[in-house]
Design a protein around this ligand. Sequence first.
Ligand SMILES: Cc1cc2nc3c(=O)[nH]c(=O)nc-3n(C[C@H](O)[C@H](O)[C@H](O)COP(=O)(O)OP(=O)(O)OC[C@H]3O[C@@H](n4cnc5c(N)ncnc54)[C@H](O)[C@@H]3O)c2cc1C
Length: 384
Amino acid sequence: MALIELEPAVEPESVRALRREVRAWLAEERRRGTFEPTCDSWLAGFSPEFSQKLAKQGWVGMMLPPEYGGHGRSGLERFAVTVELLAAGAPVAAHWVADRQMAPMILRYGTEAQKRRYLPPIARGEEYWAIGMSEPNAGSDLAAVRTRLERVDGGWRLQGQKLWSSGAHRCHYMMVLCRSGPAEPDRHGGLTNVVVDLRAPGVTIRPIRLLNGEHHFNEVTFNDVFIPDDQVIGAPGDGWAQVTAELAFERSGPERILSTYPLLAEMVGALAGRPTDDRVAVLVGSLAADLWALLRMSQAVAGMLDRGRDPEVEAALVKDLGTRCEQRVAEAGRAVYPGAVRLPAADTFGRRLAEAILHAPGFTIRGGTNEILRGIVARGLGLR
Ligand SMILES: Cc1cc2nc3c(=O)[nH]c(=O)nc-3n(C[C@H](O)[C@H](O)[C@H](O)COP(=O)(O)OP(=O)(O)OC[C@H]3O[C@@H](n4cnc5c(N)ncnc54)[C@H](O)[C@@H]3O)c2cc1C
């Protein structure tokens, strides 16, 4: 049986100093009232102003080379910054997807012109990107996408529909996985990634609302949308390898562990200094222990990415465990909160709890369901 590799990453003093700097900056922003922490702030906290402020600090596009507007920092440095932002519940959704997965994808597979066009505005926190993978009949089975890309004079035409597109109504671009040719030599052949300008003629974006009316998701349709040649990423037909590499970035970060951390912090604050039932103390203590271990695992994955390794299996393992822990925090909140959970809630504990309950079902679905992740882990262990 192959062993999963999770070498612990050692955080040098320079990274610890960066962590302290980010924490102090966030505390000052909180003191000035520029943001209110929320659960799942990397999906729900969309603030172009805040993203641009972070970019000015050098905390967006951290790993991009300076010639494309980035800061040439390491994966461990980026990890430390993202942990602090998520733990604070800061509104980072606007730039999150672009910074996390589109920038590395364009850097690796884009042409020089594409890198110069798209990367600097991402690093400035000014242009935002949506993920165009899922469709009505293609989610876990992503190779089943039916959105079609067809050759026309001077470029391509795009026809089809994407679903669950987070933030598409507020983003500038979407990276769309589509079928551009026959599924040869296997189903993963004939797939291509194209950049779609979400303001282009033929693009329609419709909301899919949460139970309480919040709008994060969308259904996006492409009706004969013209795609110039310079918006195709890499060679037509090479999309599958690109999307697989992109998913390693999408799945490996601390946002798969910390979406409900602001609730845990509120809960601990509410319990502090009061006589606490032993069961509650055990519940909260075990969550804190799980979080600590999971963060170390996620940091190890960041270290592997830094060393140029492909941590597909390790990232799947951390995301499966991490998202279940996020949901357990919401369940613990329910058990501890005195009274019924309502929106609008009367206090911050109740608000964080309501946010966590509303968003929790999606934690184990988005970015690949936990069943699919366990399949990846089983394959990595040689069990399938
Ligand atoms: C909050 C949130 C945000 C999202 N944002 C985006 C986004 O921005 N862009 C985007 O493209 N998509 C997005 N998605 C979509 C997400 O990626 C898909 O929902 C997910 O991949 C599952 O696909 P599906 O919904 O089609 O479910 P299905 O694939 O139909 O799965 C249904 C059920 O069957 C199980 N299942 C399916 N196949 C297998 C198998 N082989 N073995 C065992 N079990 C299996 C699944 O685990 C699941 O429980 C988002 C989803 C959520 C919840």
